[in-house]
Design a protein around this ligand. Structure first.
Ligand SMILES: Nc1ncnc2c1ncn2[C@@H]1O[C@H](COP(=O)(O)OP(=O)(O)OP(=O)(O)O)[C@@H](O)[C@H]1O
Length: 238
């Protein structure tokens, strides 16, 4: 697994949205988003229904802008969707949405398909990542027999084994117990080399990021120092 070893960001790690609006089901869900992000750890906070998940989904093309442009690490998401999907690892809130193979080990190995790796290399990387997530003993277990938290760890393992340049995680710690939530937070914040966008209601997790974005009613109302953005969010909800 690639771990953080360089400066906080590199020129290639830039997410840029210009004049982006999204309408879904005939209603505006995101409006007039302009932002440039080159920080490594990016938190996205805001009330239920404020547009956080929609913002996250724009970054790998799961949602398309109705107006404006989304560029991720130099790629226009609308024009190069396949390249973007290969580069962006998306971790869903509900791991059932992304576990596709029958067993735990097969699900992790599936993420390495089409990379020209030998069978032994796929096995080596799969075992390494299962070990890193405490899933070694469950390699042959049916993936859908896992607990909610174990499934969340498996979903993360399956995404991260592919070493994506950008990781987008939509409430990645929601289903996890305290120990696993700490472990996943530590991994996302302290260990990954990839740029990481974390949508979260966990304000302690958001506080550990390099920058925070706050959405309110489909608008990006704050971008800045997490402590400041979180304090403002607390104030509007006081
Ligand atoms: N496919 C869709 N069709 C119609 N409306 C949608 C669709 N997807 C999302 N919405 C609406 O867009 C708004 C923003 O949703 P989104 O999931 O981005 O919010 P969120 O901030 O992630 O919320 P939460 O914290 O509850 O997960 C909500 O009002 C939601 O109902």
């Amino acid at each position: 697994m690639t771990v953080a070893d360089g400066p906080a960001s590199s020129a290639a790690q830039v997410i840029e949205l210009s004049g982006v609006s999204v309408d879904l089901g005939g209603k505006p869900v995101l409006r007039g988003i302009d932002v440039r992000l080159d920080q490594r750890r990016i938190a996205v906070i805001g009330a239920n229904g404020s547009g956080k998940s929609t913002f996250a989904r724009l970054l790998n093309g799961l949602v398309s802008p109705s107006r404006g442009e989304v560029r991720v690490h130099g790629l226009d998401v609308a024009r190069e969707p396949k390249r973007v999907r290969r580069m962006v690892g998306f971790v869903f809130t509900n791991p059932d949405a992304q576990i596709i193979m029958p067993t735990v080990a097969e699900d992790v190995a599936f993420s390495l398909r089409g990379r020209g790796l030998s069978r032994s290399e796929v096995t080596r990387r799969t075992e390494e990542v299962l070990g890193a997530y405490g899933l070694s003993d469950l390699g042959e277990a049916p993936a859908h027999s896992l607990s909610g938290g174990q499934k969340q760890l498996l979903a993360l393992a399956s995404v991260l084994v592919g070493e994506p340049a950008l990781v987008v995680a939509d409430e990645p710690t929601t289903l996890l117990d305290l120990g696993n939530a700490r472990r996943v937070a530590g991994l996302l914040i302290d260990e990954l080399a990839a740029q990481t966008v974390i949508v979260t209601h966990d304000l302690d997790l958001a506080a550990r990021c390099d920058v925070a974005l706050r959405f309110e009613d489909g608008r990006l109302v704050s971008v800045g120092e997490p402590a400041h953005v979180i304090a403002e969010y607390r104030a509007v909800n006081a």
